[in-house]
Design a protein around this ligand. Structure first.
Ligand SMILES: *Cc1c(COP(=O)(O)O)cnc(C)c1O
Length: 336
C-alpha cells in the first residue's frame, strides 16, 4: 500500500488479482538446456489477463478522485478487465473497442455492463476515440498505455511478487509488448526495489512483438533513438500486442528506452512461432494461453536459438492472457 498511489485504503477496488503462480518450466529446460526458466502465469487473474493489475489501481484511483465515468481503449482484454473493476466500483464505464475484436472479450465487457463503442480500424483508432471522449467530457481515461500513470503502478507489483518468491532477481524478464506499459511497470518495480536498498540488480527486459506489427522492436534492431508508428498493414494473430502506436509513438520510445536502459533486447517472432509456443505451453506445460499470451515463450525460444542468452541465466517469461479468450483457433486444431 505504501508503494501505491492511493491515499485511503477504503478506496481499494480489488477482485484479488495478482499473486499469480510462478511455475518452473522443467520441460523447456530439458528441451533447450537452459538452467532456470520460470513462467509467471498471468492467465490466472480474475478476468483472465494481467490487465486486472492496471485496472485495479486505475479504478481505485478513479474512485478516490470521484470521477464521473471511466473510459478505456482496448483490443479486448483491457475492455473485459476495466468493465469488471468499474462494475465493482460502481463507476460507469465506456469501452472503445476495435470492430474486429475477439467476441469472447467483447462479451465479457458487455456482461459487466460497460457501454460499448465499436471503432472502425485498429487499436490506435480506438485509442484516439477514447482519448477524445475522455478529454471532451472530463472523464477518466484508464487506457493501459502510458496515458494513465496509475496503470503501470499495478503492473509493477509483478516485480515485487517475483522478488519475494524467487529471493533473487532474475537475469531476464521476457514480456509480450503492445505499447509496453507492462514491461515498463515491471522494470519500475525492480528499480524501486533498488531505491529502497532491498536489491542492487535490475533484470534485463526483453520486449517481444509479432513480425506483423513490431514498431518498438524494429526501432531497437535498427538502433534508432525514437519509435515510429507502424505504417504497414497489421498482420498477426496476436491481437493483444498489435499496437501500431499511431498518434502516441512516444509511448513506444519510452518502452524502447526502458529496454536499452536495462541492458535488454527487442525480439520479433512470427505467427507460426507464436502458435508453436502456444502449443508447447498447452501440451508440454499444461498451460492454456491465447496467442499474445504465448508470445513471450516464442521470444525466449528465438533468443535461445540465436544464442542471445546463456544457459546459466535465469529467465522469467510472462504469460499474459488466457486461452479460453480465443477459442476459434483451438477449434481449428482440435475439432474431430
Ligand atoms: C495488453 C496485452 C499485452 C501488452 O501490454 P502492453 O502493456 O500494452 O505492452 C500483452 N498480452 C496481452 C494478452 C494483452 O492483453
Amino acid at each position: 500500500m505504501d508503494l501505491l498511489p492511493l491515499l485511503n485504503e477504503k478506496n481499494i477496488v480489488t477482485l484479488c488479482e495478482g499473486m499469480t503462480p510462478l511455475i518452473k518450466s522443467k520441460e523447456f529446460e530439458g528441451t533447450y538446456g537452459l538452467s532456470e526458466v520460470y513462467l509467471k502465469d498471468e492467465t490466472r487473474n480474475p478476468t483472465g489477463s494481467f490487465k486486472d493489475r492496471p485496472s485495479s489501481v486505475a479504478i481505485s484511483k478513479a474512485k478516490e478522485l470521484g470521477v464521473e465515468r471511466a473510459v478505456v481503449a482496448s483490443s479486448g482484454n483491457a475492455a473485459a478487465s476495466a468493465s469488471a473493476y468499474a462494475a465493482r466500483a460502481g463507476i460507469p464505464c465506456t469501452v472503445h473497442i476495435q470492430r474486429d475484436a475477439n467476441p469472447t472479450k467483447l462479451l465479457q465487457a458487455r456482461a459487466h455492463g460497460a457501454e460499448i463503442v465499436r471503432v472502425r480500424g485498429d487499436y490506435s483508432a480506438a485509442y484516439s476515440a477514447a482519448f477524445n471522449q475522455a478529454n471532451k467530457n472530463n472523464w477518466c481515461n484508464i487506457t493501459s498505455t502510458y496515458i494513465n500513470p496509475y496503470t503501470y503502478e499495478g503492473d509493477k507489483i509483478i516485480a515485487y511478487e517475483l522478488f519475494n518468491e524467487m529471493e533473487k532477481v532474475p537475469d531476464y524478464i521476457v514480456v509480450p509488448i503492445g505499447a509496453g506499459a507492462l514491461l515498463y511497470g515491471i522494470w519500475k518495480g525492480f528499480y524501486e526495489l533498488t531505491l529502497l536498498g532491498l536489491s542492487t540488480k535490475i533484470p534485463k527486459m526483453v520486449g517481444v512483438q509479432p513480425q506483423g506489427c513490431a514498431p518498438i522492436v524494429d526501432a531497437f534492431l535498427q538502433k534508432k533513438e525514437t519509435v515510429e508508428p507502424w505504417n504497414k498493414k497489421i498482420k498477426t494473430i496476436a491481437h493483444g500486442i498489435s499496437d501500431a502506436l499511431t498518434g502516441y509513438a512516444c509511448d513506444g520510445t519510452q518502452t524502447l528506452n526502458t529496454i536499452r536502459r536495462s541492458g535488454g533486447m527487442g525480439v520479433k517472432v512470427s505467427d507460426k512461432s507464436i502458435l508453436a509456443a502456444q502449443k508447447y505451453l498447452n501440451q508440454q506445460e499444461g498451460i492454456f494461453t491465447e496467442p499474445a499470451g504465448a508470445a513471450g515463450m516464442a521470444g525466449i525460444i528465438a533468443l535461445n536459438d540465436n544464442h542471445l542468452i546463456t544457459k546459466k541465466e535465469t529467465v522469467v517469461v510472462i504469460l499474459t492472457g488466457h486461452g479460453l479468450k480465443n477459442p476459434d483457433q483451438f477449434k481449428k486444431w482440435f475439432s474431430p
